[in-house]
Ligand binder design. Structure first.
Ligand SMILES: Nc1ncnc2c1ncn2[C@@H]1O[C@H](COP(=O)(O)OP(=O)(O)O)[C@@H](O)[C@H]1O
Ligand SMILES: [Mg+2]
Length: 162
């Protein structure tokens, strides 16, 4: 995350925003703290004075949000997410997939890959399982564009705090 903060550029008022930078893939079983770490990273950036628009969405909510329905401009919704300066995309590969979800995921990830837009991804799938769930095109871009952080340990939701 420090790298993302360092990628910050001075803005007009001396605050920093980020345009391009590294992305993270936080991998681990359920309850190991992936969401906690992703939001912690966003908090660190804000605390470091980086001013940016950010958005968080789970893959399941992404698909629900873009599912075609009357009155929805799905391209516009997708455009908002592809352009978001910092996107937290959670639980990748956890939702039931289809050709449509695979294509949508590909378009989102590919755009962020091409424009080097910082993206924090969480998943409980290993990269090979992500490949099966989301296809080669997505897995190969994720391999290249992300630093991988592997979390282990017990499910913190099931382990009472000491
Ligand atoms: N480093 C941490 N210190 C204290 N509590 C934590 C930490 N990481 C996670 N937790 C807590 O453990 C639970 C599971 O964490 P979460 O980030 O939701 O896991 P995941 O996204 O991997 O399923 C949450 O209640 C969260 O607040
Ligand atoms: Mg989570």
């Amino acid at each position: 995350m420090d790298e993302i903060a360092r990628a910050g550029r001075p803005g007009p008022s001396g605050t920093r925003g980020i345009a391009e930078g590294p992305s993270l893939l936080i991998v681990g079983p359920t309850g190991t703290g992936k969401t906690h770490q992703a939001y912690g990273a966003v908090r660190s950036l804000l605390a470091a004075g980086v001013r940016l628009r950010w958005e968080a969405v789970t893959a399941a909510d992404l698909y629900a949000r873009l599912r075609p329905r009357p009155g929805l401009d799905a391209e516009r919704e997708l455009h908002t997410l592809t352009r978001c300066p910092l996107l937290v995309l959670e639980d990748l590969g956890a939702a039931k997939g289809s050709e449509w979800t695979e294509e949508l995921t590909y378009r989102l990830i590919n755009h962020r890959y091409e424009y080097l837009r910082p993206t924090l991804l969480t998943t409980n799938l290993a990269i090979d399982d992500l490949r099966t769930a989301l296809g080669d095109r997505v897995a190969s871009r994720l391999s290249e564009m992300t630093h991988r952080v592997i979390l282990g340990g017990p499910d913190r939701r099931r382990t009472p705090a000491a």
